[in-house]
Design a protein around this ligand. Structure first.
Ligand code: SF4
Ligand code: SF4
Ligand code: FES
Length: 218
């Protein structure tokens, strides 16, 4: 079977290109296993990211046959074409640069600052709904599938950030107004959109974004 992979080496100064590899028939292999085969047997300079090998680390997000998905969840078929996630800067081959995105999250205070009188024994009662949004593994598949998100555009933060804000909105320890923060980060653009893709089945548009757009007191 054949597998075509986008290659990019910033040190050459050349544009990205595609390279097609011949692989043996790999029984029930995933796209990630195909990449591992190429790395182990054909070209150990191939750059790609992974860790857990099944849906937990969020590192193997790729554009596979034109659609963003996790490589460890996608069956490998003859003729598969693999590219890095779209909408994000590429460091090398299939590896995207996450640094700006996570640095931006810090500036958004997308975390709960530690209170001066923190009590480690306090029992936190959080809504069960929050557990759904805590399934986010930060794979960035939603960012790559969003037609509005552009890396570096501060006017629209993108779906993963909205999921983070919904996690905080539902956290009883969080005192910030996350709905207002989401509005300032462009969430109202989503009113016109059907929804985003998430391999963890997080209801981004109908759950997180709808919750941030709501005007009730919840
Ligand atoms: S609902 Fe919003 S975040 Fe999701 S894909 Fe549409 S515009 Fe992007
Ligand atoms: S919301 Fe889903 S698609 Fe987006 S980063 Fe989290 S796990 Fe990935
Ligand atoms: S290798 Fe960890 S999510 Fe795919």
């Amino acid at each position: 079977m054949k597998m075509t992979i986008a290659r990019f080496d910033p040190e050459t100064g050349e544009e990205s290109r595609y390279e097609t590899f011949d692989l043996p028939e790999l029984d029930r292999a995933t796209v990630l296993q195909g990449l591992m085969y190429v790395y182990d047997n054909v070209d150990s300079t191939l750059g790609f990211s992974f860790n857990c090998r099944y849906k937990n680390c969020g590192l193997c997000g790729l554009t596979i046959d034109g659609r963003p998905h996790l490589a460890c969840l996608t069956p490998l078929v003859d003729g598969t074409v693999v590219e890095p996630l779209h909408n994000l800067p590429v460091l090398r081959d299939l590896i995207i640069d996450r640094r700006d995105l996570f640095a931006a999250l810090r500036t958004l205070t997308a975390f709960i600052p530690e209170p001066a009188d923190s009590n480690c024994d306090a029992v936190i009662h959080e809504p069960a709904e929050r557990a759904v949004y805590m399934q986010c593994v930060e794979c960035l598949v939603c960012m790559a599938s969003c037609p509005e998100y552009q890396h570096g555009d501060s006017a629209f933060a993108g779906p993963m950030v909205f999921v983070k804000l919904m996690q905080l909105h539902l956290d009883p320890r969080d005192a910030a107004n996350r709905r207002e923060q989401a509005r300032q980060l462009g969430v109202e653009i989503c009113l016109e959109c059907a929804g985003c893709a998430c391999p963890s089945n997080i209801p981004i548009r109908k759950g997180a974004i709808a919750g941030l757009l709501a005007t009730d007191n919840r």
